[in-house]
Design a protein. Structure first.
Length: 279
């Protein structure tokens, strides 16, 4: 039995044991604009409204943290929707209570406008070291295919087919290097979609987040990752379990039909061989 069949069989066996919770393998990074007190990022609309990335808070919040807003500092606004009950009378004369959304705002100041407050560390960092053989495979593939690579503190890992680019969190955000490379090879799996590589363009033409076509591609990418990690001897019990948990989360969209794993495995084998330069 070859490595591809072995990995597929083990995935199916793991899934048959029941629910497996997925764990995001990297530490969160507070990127964009966020509230210093709640540590929550502001909405996309507010991200566009605010002038800076980093910490914001109201005047009172900075005061409670021991800070002093600089004299003459100009505040910015953060908007939010507030539901307000209104009573309307219908055509039949009966009163009806409705919820009406009203746009409200409050004023905030960026940390650069505040004295006596030390910025918080936005990301948990580990002393994680690269694994030479995985790094070699990853970098050689990126360079060979001339894929744009962006690695830095962040909360997202994704492949952009429009830009032909891979974005990953920093290696130091991962407690274990194996989890970084498992994530990296997942995105490499997606990067084999173009016709110039493994040509799964037709499979993904109608894909959008959460639909069956999207789910099938996620299976291909994750099985590609699991296969490469296994072939490099870098698979750990935790990394394989997380591979299976991720696969399980997407196969639910496909009504838990394991035939899709077998189908995806054939495409993953082709993708893994392409990344490993075995074709």
């Amino acid at each position: 039995m070859d490595v591809y069949s072995i990995v597929t069989e083990r995935i199916i066996n793991q899934l048959e044991q029941g629910y497996i919770p997925w764990r995001k393998p990297w530490a969160n990074c507070l990127d964009g604009a966020f509230n210093r007190v709640s540590k929550r990022q502001y909405s996309l609309l507010n991200q566009l409204l605010l002038s800076h990335k980093g910490e914001y808070a109201t005047y009172k919040q900075w005061e409670q943290l021991g800070g002093v807003v600089k004299k003459g500092a100009k505040s910015e606004i953060v908007v939010f929707w507030k539901m307000q009950e209104v009573v309307e009378r219908g055509k039949d004369g009966k009163e009806e209570i409705k919820q009406i959304p009203l746009l409200r705002y409050y004023n905030v100041f960026h940390i650069s406008q505040v004295l006596d407050v030390t910025p918080i560390q936005c990301t948990t960092h580990y002393d994680t070291q690269p694994i030479e053989k995985a790094e070699t495979v990853f970098r050689e593939y990126i360079e060979r295919e001339q894929i744009d690579l962006c690695i830095g503190d962040g909360n997202r890992a994704f492949y952009s087919p429009v830009m032909d680019s891979i974005t990953l969190p920093s290696l130091s955000q991962f407690e274990k290097a194996e989890e970084f490379y498992s994530t990296a090879f997942h995105e490499c799996g997606h990067s084999t979609i173009p016709s110039s590589r493994c040509n799964r363009v037709g499979d993904n033409r109608d894909a959008y987040f959460g639909n069956p076509e999207y789910s099938k591609e996620e299976l291909v990418a994750e099985i590609t990752s699991a296969t490469i990690m296994h072939s490099l001897g870098l698979e750990t019990p935790d990394s394989f379990r997380n591979n299976c948990a991720y696969i399980q989360s997407w196969i639910k969209v496909l009504k838990n039909d394991k035939k899709f794993i077998v189908s995806a495995s054939g495409k993953a084998e082709k993708a893994a061989k392409y990344i490993l330069n075995m074709e």
